[in-house]
Design a protein around this ligand. Structure first.
Ligand code: AMP
Length: 285
């Protein structure tokens, strides 16, 4: 069956109300489109956990810190709607910017602390834009559960914290990162990579998984592991590391010695494309 595509907020609310009236639980998968198997895995999880699955496809202007990135973001809603149908979603919510922001936006959600490091340090206003649009989507769809990828670990932590601190009635379900067979994390931005950048980008997951193994084998000194990692990236001239950090998984604060599970997260530019990835590293014992 093909998923219905709706654009307006009122229309979306009506369609969800009909499903809820039948007693269905509602799952929400927020995306920016250009859907791939990573998003597919979120849709699968939502189908497994709820009765009526809404996929939102919205390239949210207020979370972009660079105009060119926003303008270059791939958009093809017909293909995305086909993907959602094939994957068994019930509804695709594809609002226009004017549906989501009909007048000047004056209210925003700020999640403090967790947004200081990693992407938060390099993309001013990004998480404010993410938290704000996700809260709007929660208020529009009123889902029982919402599904987010661990690929964007800081985003997931920020959303979990917003839900907890603001007493939102939605359960956040994390979904494991889907990777290419060679290890590269799937991303809508991968399609911008040249063949050479695609080859070099493999270093990101390779380095992250090497660190994961070292931590599992008892390595604790994050400065030393970071310096090793940076040396490996330096062997790939088309890559430029924006950050490579060890943080605690809840507060996203830097960790010097690994005595508990840590999130190791990287942002790396391959030419003019910014890629992010992370792994959870667990010390022995
Ligand atoms: P995006 O469309 O990039 O904003 O991503 C929408 C959702 O899909 C977010 O919750 C992402 O974390 C998730 N996602 C993106 N890529 C992947 C992936 N490779 N594996 C799992 N989830 C992903």
């Amino acid at each position: 069956m093909s998923a219905r595509v709706v654009h307006g907020v009122a229309e979306l609310r009506e369609a969800v109300a009909v499903a809820r009236g039948r007693g269905a639980t509602i799952g929400l998968v927020p995306t920016m489109g250009a859907l791939h198997a990573g998003h597919g895995s979120l849709i699968d999880a939502a189908r497994g956990g709820t009765d009526f699955v809404v996929v939102s496809v919205f390239v949210n202007p207020i979370q972009f810190d660079r105009k060119d990135d926003y303008e270059r973001y791939p958009q093809d809603v017909a293909t995305d709607a086909g993907f959602c149908s094939a994957r068994g979603a019930d509804l695709v919510f594809h609002p226009a910017v004017t549906d989501m922001y009909p007048h000047a936006q004056r209210a925003y959600v700020e999640v403090e602390g967790l947004t200081e490091h990693l992407c938060g340090a390099f993309r001013p206003g990004h998480f404010r834009g993410v938290a704000t649009v996700v809260l709007k989507l929660f208020n529009i769809v009123e889902p029982d559960r919402a599904y987010f990828g661990e690929k964007d670990a800081q985003q997931l932590a920020v959303i979990e914290r917003m839900v907890r601190d603001l007493n939102l009635r939605v359960e956040i379900v994390p979904v494991a990162t889907v990777r290419e067979p060679d290890g590269l994390a799937l991303s809508s931005r991968n399609r911008r990579l040249s063949a050479e950048e695609r080859r070099a980008a493999l270093a990101i997951s390779r380095v992250l998984f090497a660190v994961k193994e070292r931590v599992a084998a008892g390595a604790v000194d994050t400065a030393e592991m970071k310096s090793e990692a940076l040396k490996a990236f330096a062997r790939e001239p088309v890559l430029r590391v924006e950050y490579f950090e060890f943080v605690d998984p809840a507060e996203m604060q830097p960790v010097e010695r690994v005595t508990a599970p840590v999130r190791v997260a990287a942002a790396v530019w391959a030419g003019s494309t910014r890629l992010i990835d992370n792994v959870l590293c667990v010390p022995p014992g």
